[in-house]
Ligand binder design. Structure first.
Ligand code: ZN
Length: 127
């Protein structure tokens, strides 16, 4: 078994997709290369994760096809979040460190409204 396979076996992102770790809300979209899931953790209701099905650690490692699909998929998920929650802004950012080392890349699509900013007295990265 290769190092990548070993890393994938201990990867939370892969485990959530495989269903070996509970995923509240489940998957909302999945094709041969990408999956969109409800976000686990404290980022709030309506936050989604967009990630490649493959255990990819760097954006530069995406295939040409994955890269071509990424922008339209992020736009589509952001549009759905906007339609459902009418936020002031939708943050889209890449998270990819786990235990201080590069992890399975995943783009967090997070709606943000005035109430949330006021509640935490924050916006941007602090939020
Ligand atoms: Zn993974």
């Amino acid at each position: 078994m290769s190092g990548v396979d070993d890393a994938a076996e201990s990867c939370l992102a892969c485990a959530l997709t495989a269903g070996t770790v509970p995923l509240p809300g489940g998957q909302v979209l999945r094709d041969d290369r990408w999956v969109v899931e409800h976000c686990v953790g404290p980022l709030g209701l309506g936050t989604f994760v967009v990630k490649p099905l493959r255990h990819v650690l760097h954006v530069a490692e995406l295939t040409a096809r994955e890269a071509a699909e990424l922008g339209p998929l992020l736009r589509r998920v952001s549009a759905a979040v906007t339609e459902a929650t009418a936020p002031e802004q939708v943050y889209v950012c890449l998270w990819s460190h786990s235990g201080g080392v590069p992890g399975h890349i995943h783009f967090v699509v997070q709606p943000v409204d005035r109430e949330t900013m006021a509640r935490f007295n924050a916006s941007g990265p602090e939020l």
